[in-house]
Each structure stands twice: as structure tokens, then as C-alpha cells.
Write a protein that binds this ligand. Sequence first.
Ligand code: GLU
Length: 407
Amino acid sequence: MKRAILAAALTAGLLPAACGQDPSSGPQPQQPPPQTVTVGIKFDQPGLSMRGADGKPAGFDVDTAVYIAGKLGVQPEHIIWREARSELREDLLNSGAVDFVVASYSITAARQQLVSFAGPYLIAGQDLLVRQSERAIDRPEDLNGRVVCTAEGSTSADKIRRSFARGVKLAMRDTYAQCVADLIEGTVDAVTTDDVILAGYAQEHPGVLRVVGHPFTRERYGVGVRKGDIDLQGRITAAIRMMIDDGSWRRAMATHLTAAGFEPFQPPIVFNAPDKAVNPGDPTTLDPDLVHATRAVAATSNARDWEGFRSLVCPENADAIDEIVLRHTPHYDKHLGPEVKSAGFTNTITGVTQTDPDSATFVFHEAFSNVPEKYRHYFKDIDYTGTMVRRDGAWKLCSLAADFVEP
Ligand code: GLU
């Protein structure tokens, strides 16, 4: 991106007034070329980013990218859009072919080895898209013996390979739109990726396709930047926060996604998705009160002291956090049999990162014991990622996400 030019443009704009010169006399200063930015985006995901007849993409990811570009000083007409298929995103970033990627791009530990992320700006979950008339497929466990289509280079493919691969025949395509064509054609039985993407296809084919509606992962979408570009990562993080705070996020959600039948989560708590968690309890980098509060979150959970736990949670997000905790606590899962009620669990803090004086992220590892074999796949170890925010001097848990850890 041409930051030097932006600085020059600002200087040029200010100088004549400061010097009291008549701008119409003398040689006109040369107009600096407009600042541009190249953004990697999907071209075939309705609701998120779909290229229209005019060649321009539209959708929630596009609005997010346009908003960010605006905060970086780039007008929408000066954004260069480049298709970023799932498999190509890291290469596009690291080769410098794009400045940033907004393309249903989940923040994962593996990807953080290769690129850096700002965000998250949206939370989705992996789900299944089937033909309207399908009766046999409702959950990923039903995929045994079926042909399931997904995109190369996606977390969706990884998840199916790791957790359900045994009986599943995977059909890999470059994009989900190709999978959807195959599903309609009848050559595959289901398409799997994030619910927010699938909702767009279901909306495009009413009465033909439907989303089963049982998400089985948490996908935190981040804006990808070249690995280690902390400056741009920070500026994009600030832009995403502003987008949420000034109402633009909700407007984009209502325009592009709620209309597709997608029930939105609350806007996520945004942090500079840390590339690496640092040592828990390191007094040189962490506020001791933060360490104390993070330990208390783990301790109250381990002691099943839910009242104590709840007192450490941001009130406006308490219900959402409860929902996640309940979903992953054997004792509270209504769908499971009584034999699971004697299962145990323990949270251990594996990392705390303070991103600024008033915000931090942590990772807890949760290990289960005494889980009956038939429920084992429900209760694999979990890495919880939480965000802590300091308000009026007290650290509170303001968002929580759970990721199964594959053995
Ligand atoms: N969010 C998932 C991922 O980043 C699936 C969607 C996609 O492939 O864009 O891989």
C-alpha cells in the first residue's frame, strides 16, 4: 500500500492554506495519484461476497473491506479486488499480491504460523447444506458412506478429515459454489462449510437446498495481513472496532446476512488476534490483576461454582457465554444420557496475552475424564479462547470460544 503517497496528499492539501497562496495562480501542483489498496476476497459466496454483473463484489465481507479501506484513506472506487480462494489466501498475502484478505478466513493457530490476523469481525460455525428433500443427514455423524463436498485449503475440509473422515467420501473443489452445483446435480450428498456461507446458497436456491442448522465448530473470521505486519494489523483492528461501535457492522449484517436467514451472533470482542500466547503469570508483561482474574475464571469453572463464574463475566455477554459453557459441559447437555453426568473436567491456563492495558486474551485447555466411549467425540479436549476486558478497574470475561483439540 502506498502510505508515503497518503502522507504527501495530506501535506499537499494543507500547504496552500498555510502559505496563504492563491491556488488558482501559478503552476498547479500535480495531483498525486489516488491511494489504492488490493483486497483478497471471495467472488462466489452470496451474502458475504458475490461478484455482480458490474464485476464488483457485494456482501458483508465486502462492506467490511470497504470500511477498513476507508479508515486507511482509500476510497471504494480505488480498491482493487482480487479473488482469494480458500487455498490461495496465505500465498496471496505473503507474495504481496494483496494487502489484506477479507474472505471468510478463520483465525487458527496453524494459519497464525503463516500470516497475521486482525479481528475477529464475525463468528460462524461449520454446518451442512443438503437438498431440501434430504431426510437422512442432520448432523456430521450421519455422513458415513456419503459424499461430502468442500473447498480445498479450508478449515471445513480439515475438520471433516480429522473428525469424521473414516466413513466419509470427500469431494474437494476449488470453491463452495462448485460444490453447490454438484449438490443440486445430485453427484454429492452434502456440502460442508460455515453456516454463514451455506445460508447464502440456501437463500439463492429456496425450496431446493437447506442448511441443517447444527453447527459443530466455532469459526472466528479475521482479516489476514502479511505475517508480522503489526502496524497494518493494528490499524485494521482499530477500524473493525469502529465499524462495530458506529453501527456500520449491524447495518452490514442486516443488509447482507440477516436477509439470508442467518441468525447473527453479537459482534465479537475484537482483539489483535495474538500470534502467540505468552507465559501465564509473567509479571513483566501481565497486569497482576489480570492474572488473578484469569485464574479465578478457571478455578470457578473447575469447582462448578457457576455463580462465582458468572460474577466474573461481562453482563451483556453473560447469556452468550453461558450458552457456550453449557454446550460443552457434560452435566448440562440435554441431548446426552445420564451416564455422562459423572464425567469430570479440568481447565488449565495455557497462555495469557495482554493486548493493551485494558484487554487481554487467554487460552484454557480443558481435559475430560470419565467420558463413556460412545460420547468421546462430544468431549474431546477443548481449547477455550477468552477475551478479558478491564472496566472500572476490574477484569471481566467478555467473550469465549471453544475449539475441539484433535488427538
Ligand atoms: N472459515 C473457513 C476457512 O477459513 C471456511 C470458509 C472458507 O474456506 O473460506 O477455511
